[in-house]
Design a protein around this ligand. Structure first.
Ligand SMILES: Cc1cc2nc3c(=O)[nH]c(=O)nc-3n(C[C@H](O)[C@H](O)[C@H](O)COP(=O)(O)OP(=O)(O)OC[C@H]3O[C@@H](n4cnc5c(N)ncnc54)[C@H](O)[C@@H]3O)c2cc1C
Length: 600
C-alpha cells in the first residue's frame, strides 16, 4: 500500500441509490462531516431512479369512491373524516404479503415511521402528485388493502432520488462517481474499509473507514428476463459473502407480473393500480379464477404464478405463447397521459404498442431480491443467527435483508424500505462515530490481492474459446428456466450443476480489452464472477427449502410448511464446498399476528 492509494473517511457508503444517499444524508444531518459515497454509476443512474409506481405510507388521504369497490374510482378523504388507513393495517398487509416470513418487529418500525419519511421528502422539495386540495395523492397497489402508494406520476423513484442526492451534496457528502467496490475488508469481525477501483483510471485504492455501509441494490441480472438495470449484478451481496458475512433468504426472488414480453422491462404495477386488466389468449380476465377478491391487484407472487399457469396451459399470447396481455385501453388517453406517461413510452419504444389503443403483451420478470445481507433495523449487519454484530459494517436497501419483506414484497414497500432503513443506518453510523469509533488497522495488502485478481482475469489461457458473455448468458438461461416462478427439486439440482460447471469454466474466459482506462469488459467479467457466486447461494438455499412460501413456489412441495420452515435461511461461505446453511427464527407477535392461511 502506498499513501497515494489510501483514502480515509469516517463513514464510507458503497452505493448511491436511495439507501446509500439517504444514509449519507442522515449521517451528515447528525453532524458527521467526513462522509464518502462511492458508486459504480453516476449516482442519479442508480436503479432507484427507475422506480415508477410509488412509495407506501398510510397517510390516509384517499379512499375508494362510494360504490367504487376495489377497482373503481378514488376520492379524497376530507380532513377530519373517519380514517380508513392506519399503520396497523399497513403492518398486517405487509406481514400477510410476506407469507409470515417478515420479522414483525422490523415491519412495525417501518410502517410507523413511513409517514414521517414521506413528509421529510415533501419538505425537502419532492414533487409528489397532488389531490386538488394540495395533499399528496395516493393510489392502489397489489396486496395493500387501501390506496397507500404515494407517487409522482410514474417517475416516483426519479424524483425521490434527485431530492436526496441534491440534499446530500448540500450537506457536504463527497461522492466518488464511477468508482467500483471490489472487496470488503473485515478482520476479527471488525470492518475496516473496502478496496475500490476508480473506473476512469483503472487505479485501485484502499478506502479505510470507521463505518462502512453497503447500499448496493438488487441482483435481478442473474435471470434472463428481468426488469433490473444492467448494473444490478448483486456485487454487494457477493462481496460481503466472500468476506465471510452470511446471506439471508436468498431463495426468495420476486417475479413481477408485468415485464414487457421478451424484454422484461417493467410496466409498473401502477398500470393495474390505475385499473388495468390482465387477459389470456381467449380474452378472459383470468385473475377471476385465482384471486376473485383482489383480481389483478393480488400480490405479485400470486399474479405471476397465475400468468405462468395460463401460459403453461396454452392460453398464452405472443410468438411462442409465452406472455399474456395487459389491457389499459379502457382507461382512456387522459388518465394514461397524466398517470402512466413513462409506461406508454416504454411500450411504444420497445414493442411498438400504443397502450391507449392496444393491449400490450407482458410476462413475469425477475424484479426484486427479498434476500441479502442480514441486518437489523438500524442497518447493523449481523454475523450469525444470534445477531452478533459485524462491528462497523452496515447494510440497507435492496442488498440488505432486515427482513421486512419476508418471502414476498408488496409493491411500493421497497422504496420505503430503502429510504427508511437507509436513513436509520445513517443515524446509527453517526451515533457509532460519535461514540468514539476507531479507524482500525489493516493487516496484509487487500488491494494487491484485488490487483492479482484483475491480472488473473486479464490473462486467460491463450487460445481459450470461453467468453464471459457466453457464461453469463448460460447462467441467466438456467436461472430463468430452472430457478424461476415455479421450481422443482429436479430443476434446481440441474441449475446447481450448471452454476458449478460455469464457475469451473469461468477462469478460462477471456477479457479482450487489456487496457485499464474505463475497461467495461473487465468490469463485466468481475460482475459475472459475482453473479456466479451468489447464484449458487440462491439455488442451494432454494433447493433446501422443501415448501412453497411467497415467491418460492415448488411444484414438488406445494404447501407452506410452518412446522418445519417458518425460519430464515442463513448461507455461510464454506471454502470451495458451496454454502453451509443455517437457520434463524422469525420474529413473530404470536398474540397479534399469528400465521394464517394466505388468501386474497
Ligand atoms: C424498474 C423498477 C421499478 C421499480 N418500481 C418500484 C416502485 O414503484 N416502488 C417501490 O417501492 N419499489 C420499486 N422498485 C424497487 C426499488 O426501486 C429498489 O428496490 C430500490 O430503489 C433499491 O434501492 P437501493 O438504494 O437499495 O439500490 P439502487 O438504487 O439499485 O442503488 C444501488 C447503488 O449501488 C451502486 N453499486 C452497486 N454495486 C457497486 C459496486 N460494486 N461498486 C460501487 N457501487 C456499486 C450502484 O452504482 C448504485 O448507486 C422498482 C425496481 C425496478 C427495477
Amino acid at each position: 500500500m502506498t499513501d497515494s492509494t489510501i483514502i480515509t473517511h469516517d463513514v464510507l457508503v458503497v452505493g448511491a441509490g436511495l439507501a446509500g444517499s439517504w444514509a449519507a444524508l442522515a449521517a451528515g444531518k447528525e453532524g458527521v462531516t467526513d462522509i464518502g459515497v462511492l458508486s459504480k454509476l453516476h449516482p442519479l443512474r442508480s436503479h432507484s431512479g427507475a422506480a415508477q409506481g410509488g412509495i407506501a405510507a398510510a397517510l390516509n388521504n384517499v379512499r375508494p369512491a362510494a360504490g367504487g369497490g376495489p377497482r373503481g374510482p378514488l376520492e379524497a378523504i376530507p380532513p377530519g373524516d373517519e380514517p380508513i388507513d392506519s399503520w396497523e393495517l399497513h403492518m398486517f398487509d405487509t406481514i400477510k404479503g410476506s407469507d409470515w416470513l417478515g420479522d414483525q418487529d422490523a415491519i412495525e418500525i417501518m410502517v410507523k415511521e413511513a409517514p414521517e419519511v414521506i413528509y421529510e421528502y415533501e419538505h425537502m422539495g419532492c414533487v409528489f402528485s397532488r389531490l386538488p386540495d394540495g395533499r399528496i395523492a395516493q393510489r392502489r397497489f397489489g396486496g395493500h388493502s387501501t390506496p397507500r402508494a404515494n407517487y409522482a406520476a410514474d417517475y416516483t423513484g426519479h424524483v425521490l432520488l434527485h431530492t436526496i442526492y441534491e440534499q446530500a451534496l448540500r450537506h457536504g457528502v463527497k461522492y466518488y462517481p464511477e468508482w467500483y467496490c471490489l472487496d470488503l475488508i473485515i478482520e476479527d469481525n471488525v470492518c475496516r474499509g473496502v478496496v475500490a477501483m476508480d473506473i476512469i483510471s483503472g487505479k485501485l485504492y484502499t478506502m479505510r473507514a470507521k463505518a462502512v455501509m453497503f447500499g448496493t441494490g438488487g441482483y435481478g441480472r442473474a435471470w434472463k428476463i428481468t426488469s433490473n438495470a444492467t448494473a444490478n449484478t448483486g456485487d454487494g451481496v457477493a462481496i460481503a459473502y466472500n468476506a465471510g458475512v452470511p446471506l439471508m433468504d436468498m431463495e426468495f426472488v420476486q417475479f413481477h407480473p408485468t415485464g414487457l414480453y421478451g424484454k422484461g422491462i417493467l410496466m409498473s404495477e401502477a398500470c393495474r393500480g390505475e385499473g388495468g386488466y390482465l387477459r389470456n389468449s381467449d380474452g378472459d380476465r383470468f385473475m377471476e379464477k385465482y384471486a376473485s377478491g383482489l383480481m389483478e391487484l393480488a400480490p405479485r407472487d400470486l399474479v405471476s404464478r397465475s400468468e405462468q399457469i395460463e401460459i403453461n396451459e396454452g392460453r398464452g399470447v405472443g410468438p411462442d405463447k409465452g406472455g399474456v396481455y395487459l389491457d389499459l385501453t379502457h382507461l382512456g388517453a387522459e388518465k394514461i397521459m397524466s398517470r402512466l406517461p413513462q409506461v406508454r413510452e416504454l411500450a411504444h419504444e420497445f414493442l411498438g404498442v400504443d397502450i391507449i389503443h392496444d393491449q400490450v403483451p407482458i410476462q413475469p420478470t425477475a424484479h426484486y431480491s427479498m434476500g441479502g445481507i442480514p441486518a437489523n433495523a438500524d442497518g447493523q449487519v449481523i454475523a450469525d443467527a444470534d445477531g452478533t454484530p459485524v462491528v462497523g459494517f452496515y447494510a440497507a436497501g435492496e442488498c440488505a435483508c432486515v427482513s421486512v419483506h419476508g418471502a414476498n414484497r408488496l409493491g411500493t414497500n421497497s422504496l420505503l424500505d430503502a429510504s427508511l432503513f437507509g436513513r436509520r443506518a445513517g443515524k446509527a453510523m453517526a451515533a457509532f462515530i460519535k461514540g468514539g469509533a476507531k479507524l482500525h488497522p489493516i493487516s496484509g495488502d487487500p488491494a494487491r490481492q484485488q490487483e492479482a485478481r484483475i491480472q488473473r482475469l486479464m490473462s486467460a489461457p491463450a487460445g481459450s474459446k470461453e467468453s464471459v458473455a457466453q457464461i453469463g448468458a448460460e447462467l441467466k438461461e438456467a436461472m430463468t428456466n430452472d430457478c424461476g416462478v415455479f421450481r422443482t427439486g429436479q430443476q434446481m439440482t440441474q441449475a446447481l450443476q450448471k452454476v458449478k460447471d460455469l464457475q469451473e469454466r469461468f477462469p478460462q474466459a477471456q477479457v479482450m480489452d487489456k487496457s485499464r482506462r474505463f475497461n467495461t469488459d473487465l468490469l463485466g467479467a468481475i460482475e459475472t464472477e459475482h453473479l456466479l457466486t451468489f447464484a449458487e447461494v440462491v439455488v442451494v438455499s432454494a433447493l433446501n427449502r422443501e415448501e412453497s412460501r411467497g415467491a418460492h413456489s415448488r411444484t414438488d412441495f406445494t404447501k407452506r410448511d410452518d412446522a418445519n420452515w417458518l425460519k430464515h435461511t442463513l448461507a455461510f461461505k464454506n471454502g470451495g464446498d458451496g454454502p453451509r446453511l443455517g437457520y434463524k427464527s422469525v420474529n413473530i407477535d404470536w398474540e397479534k399476528y399469528p400465521p394464517q392461511e394466505r388468501k386474497y
